[in-house]
Write a new protein. Structure first.
Length: 114
């Protein structure tokens, strides 16, 4: 889930950059625009850090990450309960595709606004 969280940081950062650059054109809101651009840049860097850090140390966190909220208990043939991931691949794909598309559009909008 941390990879999806880094996409949310990217989306928030590019949105702040986009809004900040739009506000920087107005002299009365220039200070707010600068603040939004600074915090947006920090959010993009935080998303990049999370993405790279997780990619580097993925195996160390995999065993400690709890996915119990997305599992169901099922009994096998011997009657012993075990956890089964109830999420489908389509739902998992949507969790990545939608933030990626929104981040891409926010980044293109910010670049076009420069």
């Amino acid at each position: 889930m941390a990879r999806a969280d880094s996409l949310v940081w990217f989306l928030a950062g590019f949105t702040q950059l986009f809004v900040g650059s739009s506000l920087a054109a107005d002299p009365t809101l220039a200070t707010l625009g600068i603040i939004l651009e600074l915090t947006g840049g920090g959010s993009v860097l935080l998303g990049l850090y999370m993405l790279l850090f997780l990619a580097r140390y993925h195996k160390e966190f995999e065993s400690s990450y709890s996915k119990l909220e997305k599992t169901t208990m099922v009994r096998n043939d011997q009657g012993i309960p075990h956890r089964v991931d109830s999420g489908s691949k389509t739902v998992k794909a949507v969790w990545y595709v939608i933030p990626v598309l929104l981040t891409f559009f926010a980044a293109v909008g910010w670049l076009a606004n420069q």
